[in-house]
Write a protein that binds this ligand. Structure first.
Ligand code: HEM
Length: 202
């Protein structure tokens, strides 16, 4: 971060989150691509394993009643079921849980994780186009990358608007940031785990 970046703190919370996760996002994007998920269905299935693990770890957050009060359609936003169906389409076993999942985070910390999970639906718009070459789609094998009901951009805008409108203490604000950064770290761990499980495909 340059001194200019430090001086210019974004006005909106979501912009701050975008800024602090920019580098982790770039690294993760490069790591995803390094595993060549669109080269074969087997490679893609490993990516789905990571997505499934991530989404299933977040299921408790997506269904949390106090978070649902903030984001009413939160449970419908979770993609664990779609990722599970994708695994079945790809003849891939549902993976065992991996130690180190997020556990009972504070409300703000949880929202940091959900920010990342929801944001990943934007990149998914690009990924699903590439999955078509493997004859996968939002009804087979790449369901979890599909357009959410009500629209991808619209769903994201609604989430961000809600997030930006919340009243948070300075401590919660810091917790939110930590949650977002932790989510990127976790996805990285799960991605490496998923490909390491079948080293010949990595
Ligand atoms: C687990 C978290 C995430 C993963 C695994 C992920 C993965 C990716 C990948 C692989 C791409 C490249 C697609 C391509 O070039 O074909 C991408 C693009 C993108 N992602 Fe993410 N992403 C995540 C989180 C986020 C978040 C939190 C945001 C927004 C706040 C976001 C916004 C975007 C956008 C706008 C693009 C397309 C344009 C660009 O590269 O900037 N992603 N993502």
């Amino acid at each position: 971060m340059t001194s200019q970046d430090t001086a210019q703190r974004p006005a909106l919370r979501s912009q701050r989150l975008n800024q602090i996760t920019h580098e982790p996002h770039q690294k993760l994007d490069a790591l995803v691509k390094a595993h060549k998920p669109f080269e074969t269905r087997e490679n893609f299935a490993r990516f789905v394993v990571a997505q499934y693990l991530f989404q299933s770890e977040l299921q408790a957050l997506y269904t949390d009643p106090s978070l649902k009060e903030i984001v009413p359609d939160l449970p419908e936003r979770c993609r664990a079921e779609q990722a599970k169906a994708d695994l079945a389409d790809l003849d891939t076993e549902v993976p065992a849980p991996v130690a180190g999942a997020v556990n009972a985070p504070s409300k703000a910390h949880a929202l940091g994780w959900i920010f990342v999970s929801e944001g990943s639906k934007l990149g998914a718009a690009f990924l699903i186009k590439r999955a078509v070459a493997l004859e996968l789609s939002d009804t087979f094998g790449a369901r979890h990358l599909g357009e959410p009901a009500g629209g991808r951009a619209e769903g994201w805008k609604r989430f961000v608007k809600t997030l930006d409108g919340l009243e948070l203490s300075a401590e919660e604000e810091a917790d939110l940031d930590k949650g977002a950064v932790a989510a990127f770290e976790r996805f990285t761990v799960l991605l490496e785990h998923a490909y390491a499980a079948q080293p010949e495909l990595a």
